[in-house]
Design a protein around this ligand. Structure first.
Ligand code: PXP
Length: 255
């Protein structure tokens, strides 16, 4: 049996910017948080430039690209404006996420099946620019198969419904969402896609999903920013890394 892939931790700094924007000044600085997270062991930094700029702003994205030493994962909607900004920023990766209701599947991921005509040239242009494209989708077989047909090299499985069910103590729903993720990760890997996961993860859910050998990267933000208020960001990154390593140690092929 093959050994599981190394598992990267991408730290999402959006909500450092949420806190900054609450007072409209310059502190806390999401770039400072990114540098600290990297020093503590993050393998990359994720930031989402939303159309309403409610947290990360254009200048944050430019500074992240200029100042961090690890890969920048630029989350954005598939719009012409975002294409222009991402091509100018030249991040390591772009993760395409839904921004409006009509772009969403019922499970919350980007509806790549419904939007494949619009997404195909968008993905091709980013591929041509040497930017690794990831599609944030539900672990739904039709969405995964379309992601592969669209020639996106990566998908990020939306873990929000699973994490919500775990948090609400809905055991049956949590189990069915988990099984969907397990099957989706295997299907995506078999289709040649690199598989990431994220949304709503905490130490326990990150440890559990780290045991899936197909998963190469977890992108985690909100929970870590909340924990950082109590124990500091560096400690939070180290604790998350340890949880992921424990989980990966249980992955099939690592035993
Ligand atoms: N991955 C993607 C594609 C996201 O949009 C988000 C939320 O911005 C995350 C991961 C991180 O989710 P959370 O902040 O809940 O950890």
């Amino acid at each position: 049996m093959s050994t599981a892939l190394p598992l990267r931790l991408g730290v999402n700094v959006d909500h450092i910017a949420t806190l900054r924007n609450a007072r409209g000044g310059t502190r806390p600085d999401p770039v400072r948080a990114a540098l600290l997270a990297i020093e503590a062991g993050a393998d990359g930094i994720t930031a989402h430039l939303r159309e309403d700029r409610r947290h990360i702003r254009d200048a944050d994205m430019a500074r992240l690209k200029a100042e961090i030493s690890k890969p920048l994962n630029f989350e954005m909607a598939a719009t012409a404006d975002m294409m222009t900004i991402s091509l100018a920023t030249k991040p390591h990766a772009v993760c395409l996420v839904p921004e409006r209701r009509e772009e969403l599947t019922t499970e919350g991921g980007l509806d790549v099946v419904g939007q494949h005509n619009a997404l195909a040239p968008f993905i091709a242009r980013l591929n041509d620019a040497g930017i690794r494209v990831s599609l944030f989708i539900a672990a739904d077989p039709a969405q995964i198969e379309m992601a592969a047909r669209l020639r996106a090299p990566v998908i990020e499985i939306h873990t929000g419904a699973w994490c919500d069910a775990v948090g609400d103590g809905l055991l049956g729903k949590a189990e069915s969402e988990w099984q969907r993720i397990v099957a989706g990760a295997a299907l995506a890997r078999a289709a040649g896609l690199e598989v990431h996961a994220g949304h709503g993860l905490d130490y326990a859910t990150a440890e559990r999903i780290a045991a899936l050998p197909e998963i190469a990267e977890l992108n985690i933000g909100y929970y870590m920013v909340g924990e950082a208020l109590f124990v500091g960001l560096a400690e939070t990154v180290r604790t998350m890394r340890a949880a992921m390593d424990r989980g990966r140690g249980k992955a099939a092929g690592n035993g």
